[in-house]
Design a protein around this ligand. Sequence first.
Ligand code: AKG
Length: 426
Amino acid sequence: MPRGKVSDLPQRSRRAPWTTAGVSAGSSPRRDGLIEFGELAYGSRASRVGFRGYMFDNAVVNRDVVRPPGVMRNYTLSTGFSRYHPRSEQMNRMTKVDTGNQFHNPLSGVPLVESPFFYDLLDQLQLDEPTRSIAVQLYRQGWAVIDFPDPEIDEVAERIKRSLHSHYDWASWRAKGWRDNEALRIRDAYKLNADIQRIAANPQILTLLSTLYGRRAWPFQTLNFPVGTQQHLHPDSVHFSSVPERFGCSVWLALEDIGPNQGPLTYYSGSHKWPIYVNEHIGLCRAGDSGPPTQKPFEELWEALARVNAVDAVPFHAKKGQAFIWTANLLHGASRQTDPNLTRWSQETHYYFEDCSYYSPIESDPFYGRILFRRLRNIANGEPMPNMYCGRQVPSWFVRSMIFRTTLKRRLWNRLPRRFAARGDR
Ligand SMILES: O=C(O)CCC(=O)C(=O)O
């Protein structure tokens, strides 16, 4: 067997801890996926090369190939940035996936499930069948449905509903919010509720996403909805994005059965493959704008894109415990909740991936000197996650100054007495 073949390495268990939709969940005994990931990441061969990408652990076998001797010593510390990391070993490695199989990945900065080399990479990974199927669905259509990999998800869902119920203003939403499309949601309730954190940090989901994207996934935000959001179609990539782009995704979990009258989630299959359009594409510079960010200026564009591509919204009628995974640029929204007295309990978790920079495009005009970086923590362990660029940490003074510049006007504006603010430039 030639040195460097994928099959030299211990493979992942052929049993996936989750099932794709329609197959019953929780049937297979399993190990904790995070531990499995951790072993690969910091255990034997992987740790010696400091390697962190699960997917590529299976592919990289020859440390001489992935880490040429001396590569970490050959950098010059001649600028003010010298205290920041040199090009990381991970970056060096991820551009050479598997020389044994003669495949060189020239696009390590593109998620596996969005890569033009998707099928080449997939062939090397030897994934179990459910994981492979999810990967192919995400690649082709931008979404996949799975049974949430937690055997106690029913009870967890019930506990979340009971605990959050009193936090919502039901009466006002039913009287007015429903009609005006106002959201009824709690953001980042994982801080108060261990079950919400448990869903967000589910080890099998983290392993799955890390495998599919080729960088380690980490959850950074939760949203808990008790009713339909009736949200206009949009891609998440305009609200939160990364550099390199597309290293973000969402996992939306039904906490009850959801039918057509409850304002189901809707999606536009295949739209994830369209370009990511941000402020500069619609001629919008936020610099003169002090109001809160809004996706309104983009809505006409998204509707037009769906029209010219002849893609219609498809509702996701979920069973309790099913999860819908979607990629960063998939257009999605929610249809009208026809009966305001119904509920539509669900939890959405947003994930980023390591070794990227994180920012809000809708509030950023990078070439006008404004980037709204996100300084975030990993919900799974509370660790702050640095903004990274090509294996180097983005200087924290730069991140801080960008955030300061980008939000200054809005912060000042919010402090003005309302009678002045009313005469503003919006
Ligand atoms: O749950 C929904 O109705 C959609 C939520 C959504 O699109 C979002 O938060 O980005």
